[in-house]
Design a protein around this ligand. Structure first.
Ligand code: ADP
Ligand code: MG
Length: 243
């Protein structure tokens, strides 16, 4: 693959088939370091599959993926410098928030003092310092989602991957968490790749929107580009439709 960028994330000719089903049809995409890119598109268009290939949770059928100038196509998830936040943020119910945040670092044999420092920093940025001794069952949905994001932050990833992280929250909470995630991006400055089928989330969070349909990119551009100059009827219909 020609080295397109030394930073950020690059997808070159990425394809995915499940047996005879072709799901992703050859995606070329350059994601600038520090940018907030949103994959948007209808259910089943391949958003999660694409994100999971970047994460290393799904093998690519063809093509290559680079993160920060490194070809990560064949690396394990733990070697890619990424952290992923899912829609179903299963926290460990029998552990405190502090233990939930620390668990992955403990498994990676991070030193105790370093774990404590990272947990402290992450809980400050997410404003959950006062919840550290609680169990997940004693938290609201929004607080639990903050803990899930905290578990990603403590790993100090180069790239954050979010797969519909707010879909399980009610409408009001979704709006406030969306604002929190935008603030997080400003404060941390990391590259963030965010999957949603919600065009309002896409329009408000993204530096760059990638509109997918049936495993192909229909359009990629700033929210304004996509809104004002939709490439085709599909994009216009999708971006313009009520949620
Ligand atoms: P989205 O996240 O946009 O809703 P997905 O990436 O989950 O879409 O799925 C894209 C397509 O790939 C769908 O047709 C889905 O059924 C199919 N798919 C996803 N994962 C698998 C799998 N493990 N095995 C077979 N088909 C799959
Ligand atoms: Mg999905």
């Amino acid at each position: 693959m020609s080295k397109l960028a030394d930073t950020g994330v690059v997808l070159a000719g990425v394809r995915k088939s499940f047996a005879s089903l072709d799901v992703i049809h050859g995606i070329d995409l350059e994601i600038a370091e520090g940018s907030f890119v949103v994959f948007v598109g209808p259910s089943g268009c391949g958003k999660s599959t694409l994100l999971r290939m970047i994460a290393g949770l799904e093998e690519v059928t063809d093509g290559e993926i680079e993160i920060k100038g490194r070809n990560v196509t064949d690396l394990d998830p733990s070697e890619r410098g990424i952290a992923m936040v899912f829609q179903s943020y299963a926290l460990y119910p029998h552990m405190s928030v502090r233990e939930n945040l620390a668990f992955g670092l403990k498994m990676a044999r991070t030193a105790a003092a370093e774990i404590e420092a990272r947990v402290k920093a992450a809980s400050a940025i997410l404003k959950i310092d006062h919840l550290l001794d609680r169990r997940p069952g004693q938290l609201s949905g929004g607080q639990r989602q903050r803990v899930a994001i905290g578990r990603a932050i403590v790993r100090k990833p180069d790239v954050f991957l979010f797969d519909e992280p707010l879909s399980n929250l009610d409408a009001e909470l979704r709006v406030s968490m969306r604002i929190e995630i935008a603030r997080l991006h400003r404060e941390l400055g990391n590259t963030m790749i965010y999957v949603t089928h919600d065009q309002t989330e896409a329009m408000t969070l993204a530096d760059k929107i990638v509109v997918l349909r049936d495993g192909r990119i229909e359009q990629a551009g700033t929210p304004r580009d996509v809104y004002e100059n939709p490439a085709n009827v599909f994009v216009a219909g999708f971006i313009g439709s009520p949620r």
